[in-house]
Design a protein around this ligand. Structure first.
Ligand code: NAG
Ligand code: NAG
Ligand code: NAG
Ligand code: NAG
Ligand code: NAG
Ligand code: NAG
Ligand code: NAG
Ligand code: NAG
Ligand code: NAG
Ligand code: CU
Length: 585
């Protein structure tokens, strides 16, 4: 059955009334429009079908989802990623540019077509270089007729959170990765949003229980979330059902989701504020006048006033590490392949600040990695062919894979793996140093929390495990969009020979066409070499290393003296105004 949603205004009840395993089609014409979601500044925004906020995608588990994209931006290329969906058998529909597709050029079209076989709370966003904070991000909800918690609530409410910038990402990125910002200070957002607005009101009926599906689709800031005088019960985390667990406050990094049950009071005597508060630890400098909070109200009685949010003394969010998945999947205790990623921030010889795994900063290859898999025969199992700057790891089939991530940086980073949810086996406190397998004192959880995005604390570590049961090319990256741009990405190439068998003749024509239109090669190794896969001459590479002994402080001094020499005192005054970073976010 084909159901065409050419506008997103069709009631969801219409969808729900249709038999399961429908085909749900969205036609998305992506173009610039204007909006002023924080009431401070009207700005250009990437909308869909002339509207912003962009529509939520809503399907039922088992549905075939078809999203027909037309890129009418005119001056930017694009792509869409469906965050958290496993894309089992359809890794070519995952969306990241340079990984599983070429970007959709201005004027181009592209169809995403895949089965959604998992329930829960997700989102979709552009996976083209640094683009989604310009507005191209929205909710994606997968309903489940067999939701184990469905008898516990009466209604569901989608609630998105986001940070918000007044300037365009193209401008912000130019200043961020620049010799004038050697410390890598991230731009600080101008506001926080809830459902792409502020002062949101949610109509509440006494006695009812609501399922709030909360999504942080921000670029950078994590948010603390709480409902005044109401407790939450967490029942889902990043698409994984959990045993209900009480929480008074949540902490959602960029890209994380929680479903929580909130039971209304039995009377309508007053209305209650709920708050999203951006984690200011991430910001190097807090601009004067920044309101890091966004408030909404549970409105029991719209004739009564909406009290201002009460100031709280401390942020004490509940610890997601303690969640237990509803299916009680046991710890994967026999690891087949262990990958260690040491994270750091540093400067390269262009003076700009970059992010590294194991001393390598990610640079997109000339040939999207999936297409290299499909065109290099038996050499596809050699990680070297995917390039010197892609942090590629080849995974065997159906093995237990472990990622040990050591954060050698003073900032918090939310890590996301495409194609899987992972077990969170260990997460250290702040300043624990590197993970030492010979010195693990605490017992590992028997039924670890699973999710697809996890926070690693400053100078701490995480240990994650998953089963490689989903052939594909899957990125593992920090979900702070600034750090995606500065290269905090690794590439997991899972079961490449199975991928060749599954997909070689199945890539739709529009995939090849967007590459041809942009003159991008689609065969061979990362450099597009189709003769000698081990020869990477001409590949895309990062700037070179700094001469030994240089530090960020050295660059500050260098920039300072060069600019002074070339441009005079005015520039010194200007440079002196720039924030110097003490902590990387
Ligand atoms: C929300 O309310 C606050 C306080 O009244 C106000 O400063 C802010 O501009 C409002 N936001 C929007 C988007 O209207
Ligand atoms: C792209 O177009 C938008 C909307 O017209 C405009 O605001 C923006 O500055 C343009 N971007 C570039 C890089 O020219
Ligand atoms: C979507 O994919 C299915 C399964 O591969 C295929 O049968 C169908 O024709 C495709 N639809 C579109 C619109 O591409
Ligand atoms: C928030 O936005 C979503 C669409 O993304 C919408 O479905 C939902 O009803 C909105 N929630 C409220 C409380 O208005
Ligand atoms: C509301 O009333 C019901 C039925 O009397 C009771 O079980 C429930 O605990 C009450 N809820 C609250 C929040 O007081
Ligand atoms: C935001 O909320 C927090 C927690 O209540 C409070 O400490 C802070 O002062 C608030 N910020 C503003 C600008 O109101
Ligand atoms: C083992 O870890 C503990 C706690 O993290 C630390 O205090 C101790 O120094 C470590 N021991 C060794 C031998 O590294
Ligand atoms: C992908 O599908 C295969 C075959 O049906 C299944 O064994 C595997 O568990 C699935 N993997 C994921 C991540 O959904
Ligand atoms: C075309 C090509 O480069 N093929 C190489 C694949 O890998 C083997 C060694 O593993 C080389 O001998 C081939 O030359
Ligand atoms: Cu990061």
């Amino acid at each position: 059955m084909v159901l065409s949603l050419s506008t997103f205004l069709l009631p969801i009840s219409l969808l729900a009334s249709i038999a399961q395993c429908a085909t749900v089609t969205y036609d998305f014409d992506i173009a610039w429009t204007y909006a002023n979601p924080d009431g401070q500044q009207t700005r250009p925004i990437q909308g869909i079908n002339g509207q912003w906020p962009i529509p939520p995608i809503t399907v039922t588990k088992g549905d075939q989802l078809i999203v027909n994209v037309k890129n009418s931006l005119g001056n930017e290329s694009t792509s869409l990623h469906f965050h958290g969906l496993y894309q089992n058998g359809t890794t070519h529909m995952d969306g990241p540019v340079g990984v599983s597709q070429c970007s959709i050029p201005p004027g181009g079209s592209f169809t995403y077509n895949f089965t959604v076989d998992q329930p829960g709370t997700y989102w979709y966003h552009s996976h083209e270089h640094g683009q989604y904070p310009d507005g191209l991000r929205g909710a994606l909800i997968v309903h489940d007729p067999k939701d184990p918690h469905k008898d516990l609530y009466d209604e569901e409410i989608v609630l998105t959170l986001s940070d918000w910038y007044h300037d365009l990402m193209t401008n912000l990125l130019k200043d961020f990765i620049s010799i004038a910002n050697p410390s890598g200070a991230e731009p600080v957002p101008q506001a926080a949003l809830m459902n792409d607005t502020q002062n949101l009101t949610v109509k509440i009926e006494p006695g009812k229980t609501y399922l709030f599906r909360i999504i942080n689709m921000g670029a950078f800031a994590a948010q603390y979330v709480w409902f005044e005088d109401h407790t939450m019960r967490v029942v889902e985390v990043d698409g994984i059902y959990t045993e209900p667990m009480e929480a008074n406050m949540l902490y959602l990094t960029a890209a994380q989701r929680y479903s929580v049950l909130v039971t209304a009071k039995n009377d309508s005597n007053s209305n209650f504020a709920f708050v999203g508060s951006m984690d200011q630890d991430l910001f190097d400098v807090i601009p004067a006048g920044l309101n890091s909070n966004v408030t909404g109200w549970l409105v029991y009685d719209d004739k009564k006033d909406k009290p201002a949010a009460k100031e709280i003394e401390a942020f004490e969010p509940f610890d997601d590490f303690n969640l237990v998945p509803y299916d009680k999947e046991g710890l994967y205790d026999k690891v087949d392949q262990s990958i260690t990623l040491d994270l750091k921030m540093d400067n390269l010889n262009d003076g700009a600040n970059y992010a590294f795994f194991n001393d390598i900063t990610y640079v997109s290859p000339k040939v999207p990695t999936l297409y290299s898999v499909l065109s290099t025969g038996s050499n596809a199992t050699n990680p070297a062919i995917y390039g010197s700057n892609t942090n590629s790891f080849v995974l065997g089939h159906n093995e237990v894979v472990e990622i040990i991530l050591n954060n050698d940086d003073a900032g918090k980073h939310p890590f996301h793996l495409h194609g899987h949810a992972f077990q969170v086996v260990t997460r250290s406190d702040e300043a624990a140093g590197f993970f030492d397998p010979a010195n693990t004192t605490t017992p590992l959880p028997a039924t670890p929390m699973r999710r697809d995005t996890i926070l690693v604390r400053p100078n701490g570590y995480i240990v994650l495990r998953f089963r490689s049961d989903n052939p594909g090319v899957w990125l593992f990256h920090c979900h702070i969009e600034w750090h995606v741009a500065s290269g905090l990405i690794a590439t997991m190439i899972e079961s490449p020979l199975d991928l060749q068998r599954q997909l070689s003749d199945k890539i739709p024509q529009d995939h090849w066409k967007v590459c041809q239109d942009a003159n991008k090669p689609t065969k061979g190794n990362a450099a597009g070499n189709t003769v000698d896969y081990l020869d990477l001459t001409g590949e895309n590479k990062s700037p070179g290393k700094l001469p030994a002994g240089f530090t960020a402080r050295g660059i500050v001094a260098l920039v300072f003296s060069c600019l002074a020499a070339f441009l005079g005192m005015g520039v010194i005054a200007w440079y002196g105004m720039k924030p110097i970073k003490t902590k990387t976010g």
